[in-house]
Design a protein around this ligand. Structure first.
Ligand code: FES
Length: 303
């Protein structure tokens, strides 16, 4: 629709002004629009691939940004180059469309050069929106159990169990000689080092100094306990050399490892749970069971 057109119906006046004619079909603008929508689709596919392959939030964000940017550019070019330009003025007394207005609208939508009749553009737009919609379904997979994930553990159970080897911060299995005398070594269950309730520590003490044996037993003075404070769950990594005591930095609870890791100062009320250990046939330290008590904060024990 070009130039200025005016139509009058029953009690209604419709005036449409289109100062700029749309570009002809097949112009460079059309190709640019299709390209933008294809880029949008590629971005959506990239997002889905990054999510599916575990590429990280950075690449997922890049994919989404490309998808929406392509969509925005395509729609902007479409409106800028193919839609009729200029302003529109519509005056009417009622809301019911007049027959003349309906005729004008129908003519605009069915004209051969109507932007909404360009199949290539509509197909590209449909592809971009379909790809975006499909990509949006991928995060739903996060609601499903991960393949190979272990079933939910009961409260009080940790990844420690018979045969689980002790590894250090770098995932390296530990031998007894890797735990020096009177030095704290943080240990984790092999294969599940990230479990929040599993951190533990090992210390080698003089066996004759134990006034109460460690709950998990010891290997010639080498014993292990939970690293989580029994007050509120902070890591208790402040070992006082020579004293056999370990401090929690959060609220200054102190545990006496020579006396069963019982609390001797601060708000903690429970002893640190012990971790029973042994030396496996391969010479590495391994657990013989879970902690001797639930690790970490013991709010549920409070009467
Ligand atoms: S968390 Fe350790 S004393 Fe409070």
């Amino acid at each position: 629709m070009t130039g200025r057109q005016r139509a009058e119906g029953e009690g209604q006046v419709v005036a449409v002004r289109a100062d700029r004619p749309p570009s002809p079909t097949g112009s460079g603008a059309s190709r640019g629009i299709v390209a933008a929508f294809l880029v949008s689709a590629a971005g959506a596919v990239g997002f889905a691939a990054a999510y599916g392959l575990g590429g990280g939030t950075r690449w997922e964000g890049v994919g989404l940004a490309v998808a929406f940017a392509g969509l925005a550019v395509g729609l902007a070019l479409w409106g800028r180059h193919l839609a009729p330009g200029g302003g529109y003025v519509e005056e009417h007394e009622g809301f019911a469309p007049a027959p003349d207005e309906q005729a004008l609208t129908a003519a605009a939508l069915t004209a051969p050069d109507s932007p909404v009749r360009r199949r290539g553009l509509l197909a590209a737009l449909g592809l971009a929106l379909t790809a975006l919609g499909a990509a949006a379904l991928f995060p739903l997979r996060s609601l499903l159990p991960r393949p190979g994930a272990r079933p939910v553990r009961a409260l009080g159970e940790t990844p420690w169990g018979p045969g689980v080897r002790l590894v250090d911060d770098n995932g390296r299995p530990l031998r007894p000689r890797d735990v020096p005398a009177d030095t704290l070594v943080a240990v984790f269950p092999e294969g599940d080092a990230g479990a929040g309730d599993a951190p533990a520590f090992a210390v080698r003490l003089e066996p004759a100094r134990f006034s109460r044996p460690p709950a998990g037993g010891h290997l010639d003075g080498l014993a292990a306990w939970s690293l989580l404070c029994t007050h509120a769950g902070c890591p208790v990594r402040l070992y006082l050399k020579g004293t056999g005591r370990i401090l929690c930095p959060c609220h200054q609870s102190s545990f006496d490892l020579l006396a069963g890791a019982r609390p001797v100062a601060g708000p903690a009320a429970r002893a640190l749970p012990g971790l029973p250990i042994e030396v496996g046939p391969d010479g590495f330290l391994r657990a013989t069971g879970d902690f001797t008590a639930p690790p970490g904060a013991g709010f549920w024990d409070t009467p």
